[in-house]
Ligand binder design. Structure first.
Ligand SMILES: CC/C=C\CCC/C=C/C(=O)SCCNC(=O)CCNC(=O)[C@H](O)C(C)(C)COP(=O)(O)OP(=O)(O)OC[C@H]1O[C@@H](n2cnc3c(N)ncnc32)[C@H](O)[C@@H]1OP(=O)(O)O
Length: 281
């Protein structure tokens, strides 16, 4: 399965395990050993934005769960009200330290490869807004359930930046070429209903029902013989993952060069200002 990918990365250990519970400062995980279903709640306040350490924590958690023989499925959700994840922490890209910027992008790549190719069945219970990197996490799961009145999409162009090819590939694999082309150009944030209509999410239920719906669907997944299910996933996804695996270093360098451009820094600074202004209105 993803073992060729997994062997290449040895994650930093920051997640603690107490019996069936794992904790870090940004993630809460519990494993139900009867059903084989793990629940991971993201809790990096205020908006679950993805910084270097948070990305490493997410990846470590997936690795640890993969090593737990009793765990077959993972439900990802948020503990922050109304926000699944605000995507990449913009402060990682704005006025960055160059070495950290390298490490940050590598951590994002590694987290994505781990999540996208994990042999665990994965369901995103999207209980809040899910722009950009939040959308990437969602579309990297096997199944998506979303609560009403939130938004999801790859809105990078609105920040004056560009979704990398592997975000684009994951989106294309989910909603198709033409929809992705429109979505990326316009930085489209879909409402929950639009997302369902376009196949960006698979199911819509109320916030109150979302965990029950995710558990119900996950029971369907974990009932399937594990190896057959995991190999089918690999069949669908390996080619996409390999595209990044074979170009990880140059992808990091492209990202760093892109971010360090004055124009990009100006756009990010402007976007951050807008976020603050919006808040004070
Ligand atoms: C070659 C390739 C090059 C580049 C590729 C880069 C790919 C990038 C991928 C990304 O993920 S970029 C990030 C995109 N994310 C967004 O655009 C989301 C922006 N945020 C929002 O829209 C909203 O904050 C919200 C998520 C809808 C939540 O709204 P709410 O009203 O509940 O909160 P508020 O806006 O007041 O935010 C609280 C607090 O958090 C800060 N914040 C929000 N999002 C981010 C973020 N992504 N990174 C860092 N900080 C963020 C916001 O400024 C507020 O801060 P403050 O309390 O200090 O004012």
């Amino acid at each position: 399965m993803a073992s060729s990918i997994l062997r290449r990365f040895i994650p930093r250990k920051t997640t603690w395990m107490y019996g069936q519970r794992m904790m870090s400062s940004t993630i809460d995980v519990s494993v139900d050993e009867q059903t084989g279903i793990a629940l991971m709640k993201m809790k990096r306040k205020p908006v679950n934005s993805l910084n270097l350490e948070f990305l490493q924590d997410i990846r470590n958690t997936i690795v640890t769960l993969e090593q737990n023989k009793k765990c077959k499925g993972l439900i990802l959700t948020s503990d922050v009200p109304k926000i699944f994840s605000a995507g990449i922490d913009i402060l990682e890209m704005y006025q960055p330290n160059e070495e950290r910027l390298h490490n940050f992008w590598r951590a994002l790549q590694d987290m994505w490869l781990q999540l996208y190719m994990t042999p665990l069945a994965t369901i995103a219970a999207i209980n809040g807004h899910s722009p950009a990197g939040g959308c990437l996490i969602s579309i990297s799961c096997d199944y998506r359930i979303m609560a009403p009145n939130y938004t999801i999409g790859l809105n990078e162009t609105l920040l004056g930046i560009v979704a990398p090819f592997w975000f684009k590939d994951a989106m294309c694999n989910t909603v198709g070429y033409r929809e992705t082309e429109i979505a990326l150009a316009l930085g489209k944030l879909y409402s929950t209903d639009e997302a369902l209509q376009k196949g960006l999410v698979d199911e819509v239920v109320t916030s109150e029902q979302i965990m029950e719906a995710a558990q119900r669907k996950m029971l369907e997944y974990v009932k399937i013989p594990n190896m057959a299910r995991a190999m089918s996933k690999q069949l669908m996804r390996q080619e996409t993952a390999d595209k990044l695996c074979s170009t990880q270093d140059s992808d990091v360098q492209n990202f760093v060069n892109f971010c360090l451009q004055d124009k990009v820094q100006q756009s990010l600074g402007f976007y951050l200002e807008q976020l603050k202004k919006r808040k004070s209105k």
